[in-house]
Write a protein that binds this ligand. Structure first.
Ligand code: COA
Length: 171
């Protein structure tokens, strides 16, 4: 199995990222969201990651900043989207992107990472129910998928409330 290399995206990757995200989701909505988020103040250039395999981009993950109404000082992120080229799914690419992204986020001082996704997939990275932790689900999406990862191991329990996602998520 060739090695998966993960790096920060650069401007020459944009079209390949669009192709991967569109192929993974089978539509262009999420790729459009990526392009808009990249231009927004929520964008984190140091945690927008591409996975390369044999020189091709086969996966992508973006983390963007969110705010918490009752804890504005807390540094929090949303992980979205995570996308892997269908030809390379279930080969560890997505896991690698999530793990590297969470490490960079922790090192950069972020405390919490939220997402909406399949708990069966995300629990392996340390995500647990955000509802159980006391957060309000900001979207009309199933509560079961609303999850949070505590990067410090000591932030949950200390903070709850409502998230404000970056504007592109709300339009
Ligand atoms: C979901 C996705 C990102 C996972 O990436 P991936 O590279 O295929 O996943 P990995 O190879 O890292 O998977 C590791 C494990 O997760 C499991 N897994 C993969 N996709 C899963 C899913 N959707 N639900 C539950 N488990 C999943 C695999 O079976 C594997 O399990 P194992 O270690 O027990 O064998 C990828 O399938 C994808 O791009 N899907 C379409 C877009 C999407 O749904 N993105 C997520 C939005 S929240």
């Amino acid at each position: 199995m060739p090695e998966i290399n993960v790096s920060v995206e650069d401007s020459t990757d944009t079209e390949a990222i669009r192709a991967v995200v569109t192929a993974a989701f089978g539509r262009s909505d999420e790729a459009d969201l990526v392009d808009v988020l990249r231009e927004s103040s929520a964008y984190c250039s140091n945690i927008s990651l591409v996975a390369h395999l044999d020189g091709d981009i086969v996966g992508y993950v973006m983390f963007a900043e969110v705010t918490l109404d009752k804890a504005l000082e807390k540094e929090a992120l949303v992980l979205a989207p995570l996308a892997v080229d269908p030809d390379y799914q279930r080969t560890g690419v997505g896991s690698r992107l999530v793990r590297v992204g969470l490490e960079i986020a922790r090192g950069a001082g972020y405390e919490l990472v939220f997402l909406h996704g399949d708990p069966d997939y995300y629990e392996r990275f340390g995500f647990t129910s955000a509802i159980d932790a006391g957060f309000d689900n900001p979207f009309d999406m199933p509560d079961e998928g609303f999850q949070v990862c505590d990067l410090t191991g000591g932030t949950l329990g200390d903070v709850a409330g409502t998230l404000t996602y970056p504007e592109p998520f709300r339009t």
